[in-house]
Write a protein that binds this ligand. Structure first.
Ligand SMILES: NC(=O)C1=CN([C@@H]2O[C@H](COP(=O)(O)OP(=O)(O)OC[C@H]3O[C@@H](n4cnc5c(N)ncnc54)[C@H](OP(=O)(O)O)[C@@H]3O)[C@@H](O)[C@H]2O)[C@@H](O)CC1
Ligand SMILES: Nc1ncnc2c1ncn2[C@@H]1O[C@H](COP(=O)(O)OP(=O)(O)O)[C@@H](O)[C@H]1O
Ligand SMILES: [K+]
Length: 501
């Protein structure tokens, strides 16, 4: 897992690396700038392109000065540097890099407090005004400059973070923030890059390694982690010789109403594709023909009118409940029946989450270590309205602990929060997956993984990764705009096979 540090921890890790590698601070800045330039020249190879580098007087500005010098070394011919002298203070590494830059032929100008802004005729701007040192929303000269740059319609490449963008914590409404086409960020994505609030300010980002001490970072035992492919490869278990369907569990999917049988079909079929040894769907009688026709591998427990079906609880190694289940009286009875009689962790989704919102007393019988899979609206219905995603994560941490459950908060970067307070960011999936029924497929996959004896924590992390990866494999190579949940479900075996190879 890639630990995601918050700004003060980034400073701590930088300082540790400087003291223990050891490396002089100015050389670490040189290394960071070189990593930036390495990525930059691959993507902006036109050396006749005119580039303006805007620098603050802190270390982000120091990076900007070093980057300008390195681009000059790489024969970029039309570079100019504009230093925003809005403060009397400057860091030693900024000063050193300014002296180094003065030895080149690059033109350097200064912008002073209250002054007008120079005409900008370069199509490409490198933003090195402020980085992770941001400690309050922009105002005054910085805000004016950022508003001015935003109005110019230029291509903006930000160093580490766009100026004015908080790397973590709440992003104040209406704050002045530079809108970057690309952010080349050091060592790790900043947590707020992974939240929807970054959408208006960051078109895309790339993290470049600058050699921060990894042992030190791991020793911090940080709560925020990004899931990487290597973690998934370690977690996935291959099927072994002499195994049989009993080895891989029997999953029950409790889902569907006559009008929403599709949710049950998607969920139960995804469960089969994700490797559950046996799959049974508990569905309304009117859906039986559809189920048998859609996928003969799935067995059924039929719900007749308003009658509770008889379920042999001990038969099932995992249960997923909720997709398309509805909120009528039978649904309430059914969920109560499941919660009371089944003692192992459940996967609780969609209408089952809505029922938990309406019938609060149900919370008392949610089995420990169950997995709740809300999207943003379901999350807010469960736990109250939230003004931003950072708050939502903090509430998730509190509620996961309070109820001893895993909360999988669906998003572009789906967030898995454990009862122990770990926050895992999934790194797969794409907007082609924004199609109704996609969450039902995820529920089926996670339920199947639980049935196959993955721990609830592993089932969440693996399930979100496989679901998103299958979607990426289908959509990304040909830039396909829309993919169907049924396609994602059917792709899962191949995605798993690739990860096991
Ligand atoms: N540490 C390292 O070794 C490495 C660091 N690296 C680079 O350093 C960057 C962090 O640098 P940094 O800490 O110097 O802060 P930076 O973002 O340049 O800001 C400068 C100063 O601005 C001020 N300020 C804050 N908010 C403000 C506001 N709203 N409006 C106006 N002013 C405001 C605040 O000063 P204050 O006002 O508190 O005195 C702050 O200190 C990081 O993003 C990366 O690019 C890399 O080279 C790798 C090695
Ligand atoms: N823009 C997006 N980028 C990445 N993944 C997405 C995007 N939109 C949706 N998804 C994924 O699709 C799924 C949608 O789930 P959900 O909203 O519960 O769908 P439904 O309720 O229709 O089944 C989630 O797993 C989510 O992560
Ligand atoms: K910046």
């Amino acid at each position: 897992m890639l630990p995601l540090l918050i700004a003060p921890q980034i400073r701590e890790a930088d300082a540790y690396t400087i003291a223990h590698e050891p490396i002089a601070s100015i050389d670490l800045m040189e290394r960071a700038s070189k990593a930036f330039v390495g990525w930059f020249i691959n993507h902006f190879p036109d050396k006749d392109q005119a580039i303006s580098v805007y620098c603050g007087t802190g270390n982000n500005g120091g990076d900007g000065l070093a980057i300008a010098r390195m681009l000059d070394d790489h024969q970029y011919k039309k570079i100019n540097v504009k230093v925003a002298r809005f403060s009397d203070k400057s860091t030693p590494d900024f000063n050193t890099n300014l002296e180094r830059l003065k030895k080149t032929s690059i033109s350097i100008s200064e912008i002073h407090p209250g002054s007008g802004f120079p005409i900008e005729d370069c199509p490409l701007i490198i933003d090195a005004l402020l980085g992770t040192g941001l400690n309050k929303p922009l105002e005054g000269d910085y805000k004016r400059l950022v508003d001015h740059l935003n109005s110019l319609d230029k291509t903006i490449v930000a160093v580490d973070v766009p100026t004015g963008f908080f790397a973590d914590g709440e992003i104040p409404h209406g704050a002045g923030i530079l809108k970057a086409d690309l952010v080349i960020t050091f060592q790790q994505p900043k947590i707020n890059f992974l939240l929807p609030e970054s959408g208006p300010y960051i078109k895309c980002w790339e993290a470049v390694n600058i050699g921060i001490d990894e042992h030190f970072v791991q020793s911090l035992h940080l709560p925020y982690l990004a899931v990487e492919e290597k973690d998934i490869r370690k977690m996935l278990k291959p099927r072994h010789r002499f195994s049989n369907k009993g080895t891989y569990g029997h999953t029950l999917i409790v889902a569907g109403q006559p009008e929403t049988m599709g949710a049950a079909l998607l969920s139960a079929s995804a469960c089969v594709y994700a490797g559950s040894g046996l799959t049974t769907a508990c569905i309304p009688q009117s859906g039986l023909t559809a189920l048998n026709a859609y996928m003969p591998e799935i067995m059924a427990i039929v719900r007749h009118d308003m009658q509770l079906p008889t379920i042999e609880w001990a038969k099932f190694s995992a249960i997923g409940i909720g997709p398309g289940l509805g909120k009528d009286e039978l649904a309430v009875e059914l969920i109560t029946d499941v919660f009371t009689n089944y003692k192992k962790p459940l996967v609780i989704d969609a209408d089952a989450l809505n029922l938990l919102t309406i019938h609060r007393e149900l919370w008392r019988s949610v089995p420990e270590n169950s997995i709740l899979t809300p999207h943003m609206k379901e999350f807010d219905r469960l736990f109250g309205d939230h003004g931003n995603w950072w708050q939502r994560i903090q509430t998730g941490i509190q509620k996961a602990r309070e109820y001893a459950v895993f909360i999988l908060l669906k998003n572009d970067y789906t967030i898995v929060i454990s009862p122990a307070g770990k926050v895992y960011f999934n790194t797969t999936s794409n907007p082609a997956m924004a199609v109704g029924g996609m969450g039902d497929v995820l529920t089926g996959i996670i339920s199947a993984l639980l049935a196959q004896h993955y721990t609830p924590e592993e089932a969440c992390i693996l399930g979100a990764y496989l679901h998103g990866k299958a979607g990426d494999e289908l959509a990304l190579p040909n830039k396909i705009n829309v993919i169907l949940p049924s396609q994602v479900a059917a792709r899962v075996p191949l995605t798993m096979a690739k990860l096991l190879a």
